[in-house]
Design a protein around this ligand. Structure first.
Ligand SMILES: Nc1ncc(C[C@H](C[SeH])C(=O)O)cc1Cl
Ligand SMILES: [Zn+2]
Ligand SMILES: [Zn+2]
Ligand SMILES: [Zn+2]
Ligand SMILES: [Zn+2]
Ligand SMILES: [Zn+2]
Length: 303
């Protein structure tokens, strides 16, 4: 059975049940399949409307071993549906915008961490000529592709792929965002761990055009997050806040024109790392809800 306070392996039973639970607020669409043929189902949250509303796109599970990430996307969907009508921020958000949620980006890799090696990070694609498997989806986007902080060695955990968007999962998501870039006002991608709120750029030390605004919003979101349990986050551009690296989804979305583009690195700071205990799922998700709702509210007021 499904539990929001356990790490569930990917299975479309939750997707199927949650996406049919409230036709006025949630629907689903498959944006393509993974390398191993699993459907990438995108959930669309928002008050049903005949015309398309401005939207936020959020993905989880780009990196297979970062289990708290998909747990958060599931939590967000549950909270959105259960607090719509009672929570003012969530009600306004879903009335005025749509929120697209991709609960698990890298399904093949995520499934492999349950059945194979827990510390797997990449996709599970195979190419003749190499015995090594997969590429790092967050080095495979067409944003300074493979220029720094990535490897062209297929056996590396940060292998950038054979070309930009060579990974079908990356291609599927990039296509959806490209097709909908007129309505997508914000991109949020959830990772772990380190407790960071990152924004462009990672592929260069140059400051983004909207650096000061992005920093302001990040600091507000981190403060909202800290207000619940005191969890401390560091905000800043990826290059100086974590490490310089190219091919990331946030940089790509930003350069496409999605101004509010953020990467979350959730709990913790290294004690458990990727193996965050299930006892921390609830507190981590509740505090992160505050940060995501802060960003969403800011975007909504600045459409
Ligand atoms: N644009 C980016 N934004 C964030 C990060 C950090 C994540 C942390 Se898991 C990664 O290494 O892929 C990396 C890049 Cl390349
Ligand atoms: Zn389940
Ligand atoms: Zn499992
Ligand atoms: Zn990651
Ligand atoms: Zn990480
Ligand atoms: Zn809650």
């Amino acid at each position: 059975a499904h539990s929001y306070t356990k790490y569930n392996n990917w299975n479309d039973s939750w997707i199927a049940s949650i996406s049919s639970s409230n036709p006025n607020l949630i629907s689903k669409q498959v944006i393509g399949n993974t390398y191993e043929g699993r459907p990438m189902t995108l959930l669309k949250l928002g008050k049903k409307s005949s015309s398309s509303k401005p939207a936020i796109f959020m993905d989880c599970g780009i990196h297979a071993r970062e289990w708290i990430s998909p747990a958060f996307c599931q939590w967000f969907v549950k909270e959105a549906l259960s607090t719509y009508g009672s929570d003012a921020q969530m009600t306004s958000l879903l009335n005025q915008m749509d929120v697209y949620v991709l609960p698990v980006f890298n399904i093949d890799g995520y499934d492999y961490t349950h059945k194979g090696s827990r510390m797997w990070r990449k996709t599970r694609s195979r190419k003749s000529g190499s015995s090594c498997i997969g590429a790092d989806p967050n080095r495979n986007f067409n944003a300074g592709w493979c220029t720094l902080g990535a490897s062209s060695n297929p056996c590396s955990d940060t292998f950038c792929g054979y070309s930009p968007e060579s990974e079908i999962e990356v291609k599927n998501v990039a296509n959806f965002i490209r097709r909908n870039k007129a309505i997508i006002k914000a991109y949020i991608t959830i990772h772990s761990y380190s407790q960071l709120l990152l924004f462009p750029y990672s592929y260069t030390y140059d400051l983004a055009q909207h650096h000061s605004e992005l920093m302001q919003v990040a600091q507000g979101a981190s403060a909202a997050l800290r207000s619940l349990y005191g969890t401390r986050y560091t905000s800043g551009p990826g290059a100086t806040t974590i490490y310089p690296a190219a091919g990331g989804s946030d940089d790509w979305a930003y350069d496409l024109g999605v101004k509010y583009s953020y990467t979350f690195e959730l709990r913790d700071t290294g004690r458990y790392g990727f193996l965050l205990p299930e006892s921390q799922i609830k507190p981590t998700c509740e505090e992160t809800m505050l940060a995501v709702k802060y960003i969403a509210a800011y975007v909504r007021k600045n459409i």
